[in-house]
Design a protein around this ligand. Structure first.
Ligand code: GLU
Length: 445
């Protein structure tokens, strides 16, 4: 890292002790910025980097709730309102036991640049809780969501901060959260949260958008080498919302998806993933991935080893942060992977990214490759603001155009900065410049 950037980075580590994932996310952006600072002295003069690394506002709150047996639990709630230079804070809520301030700050920081890259008017934020939804009844989930919103409601709004889903927060949770917001405020303010149900302000294609977008981005990367997904072997990690719809779009484009996973292990199905079965187990029954192998003879379940040992042409990590390390990357390269796109946020470690780049593998970082979800959230906000409802075809076409635009911005910026094909540099630099210029234009904020 360049010396000036290193000293800002050291300050970030000092000011935010113990937040390893946040440090990692900042380092990944800073690694790309030396040539930008050299060309634009106004950024250092305006202390733009230092300002960007300090969230505009961080809210931490108590979330008390009662389980079905009447026992009381206390969780911690977070909302980090990171940057509003381009629009209202926008980003999801994550409910997972691993959540602490460092995870929310890494996600919020990445969200700033991702949202900038979409070309939509949205700032960056993120929130969540260390609540573990696994094994909880619908009634428990509802009481938790109501308690969470009883504090959160005062901080959010259609023009202020617009949450959505992330790991552990899907359509059911968004429903309970929105219901409580409406009850407290007496406002049917559709634009206050995205990922809503289709008959009460949600957008068609929002559920599919992150996974679809990641595959659309992959297709754009492959096009630069006159290639496409047709007939390609694909491995998708995860089996949540992103993984399921990445699988769906990859299959629509003629690829064969042969593996997916959850936190208990992974399955390989040489006949190709049966998407209806996967949806039934994961979306309806909320079951484990091993059930897929129990119900399909062409599949086997593994609880040891790694899904990245399965040979493939295209790898789509769609589970969680740091799920793909250097050893996995080496194995994928040995198995002749041609493209990797991050459907999750920061799933590849920095060492893994370096291995892909050195091997000439097309690598799409999450800020670009998974921007389709939040971009479609912005389309949902647009429909809410105009009290309109679009068709699936129209929403999907808008998403497609946005992903083509994200790819173009990354590719052109990488060229401009002398690193053609480096989507990491392209995404970081293009995302950064737009936000930095807006911050300077808006004065010392
Ligand atoms: N949680 C998603 C992300 O990581 C979507 C956020 C949103 O739709 O606001 O981008």
């Amino acid at each position: 890292m360049d010396a000036k950037l290193q000293s800002v980075f050291d300050g970030v580590v000092r000011r935010n002790p113990g937040e390893a994932e946040f440090h990692q996310a900042v380092a990944e952006v800073f690694e790309s910025l030396a040539p930008v600072l050299a060309r634009n002295p106004q950024y250092a003069e305006g202390a733009v980097l230092q300002r960007m690394c300090e969230p505009e506002r961080q809210i931490i709150f108590r979330v008390p709730w009662q389980d079905d047996q009447g026992q009381i639990h206390i969780n911690r709630g977070f909302r980090v309102e990171f940057n509003s230079a381009l629009g209202p804070y926008k980003g999801g809520l994550r409910f997972h036991p691993s959540v602490y301030l460092g995870i929310i700050k890494f996600l919020g920081f990445e969200q700033i640049f991702k949202n900038s890259l979409t070309g939509m008017p949205i700032g960056g934020g993120k929130g969540g809780s260390d609540f573990d939804p696994r094994g909880r009844s619908d009634a428990e989930i509802m009481r938790f969501c109501q308690s969470f919103m009883t504090e959160l409601y005062r901080h959010i709004g259609e023009y202020t901060d617009v949450p959505a889903g992330d790991i552990g927060v899907g359509g059911r949770e968004i429903g309970y959260l929105f219901g409580q917001y409406k009850r407290i405020t007496n406002r049917h303010e559709s634009g206050v949260i995205t990922g809503k149900g289709l008959n009460w302000g949600g957008s068609r294609a929002r559920t599919e958008a992150t996974g679809y977008g990641a595959v659309m981005f992959t297709e754009e990367m492959l096009k630069t080498r006159s290639d496409d997904l047709d007939g390609r072997r694909v491995v998708v990690s995860g089996s949540g919302n992103v993984a399921i719809y990445a699988t769906e779009k990859a299959q629509q484009l003629g690829a064969k998806v042969v593996a997916c996973s959850d936190s208990s292990g992974w399955i390989v199905d040489e006949a190709g993933i049966d998407l209806e079965l996967l949806k039934e187990i994961k979306e309806i029954q909320r079951g484990r991935i091993s059930e897929y192998a129990d119900r399909r003879s062409s599949a086997r379940f593994e609880s040891e080893g790694t899904i990245w040992s399965v040979p493939c042409d295209v790898a789509l990590p769609c589970a969680t942060q740091n799920e793909l390390n250097a050893a996995d990357a080496k194995q994928l390269v040995e198995n002749k992977v041609i493209a990797v796109a991050e459907g999750a946020n920061m799933p590849c470690t920095p060492e893994a990214v370096a291995i892909f780049q050195e091997a000439g593998v097309l690598f799409g970082p999450g800020k670009a490759a998974n921007a389709g979800g939040v971009a479609t959230s912005a389309l949902e906000m647009q429909q809410n603001a105009s009290r309109d409802v679009w068709s699936f075809e129209y929403a999907e076409e808008r998403l497609h155009q946005i992903m083509i635009g994200v790819h173009r911005r990354c590719a052109q910026t990488a060229e401009e900065y002398g690193a053609p094909g480096n989507y990491v540099l392209g995404a970081n630099v293009a995302g950064f410049i737009k936000v930095a210029d807006a911050m300077i234009a808006q004065g010392l904020i």
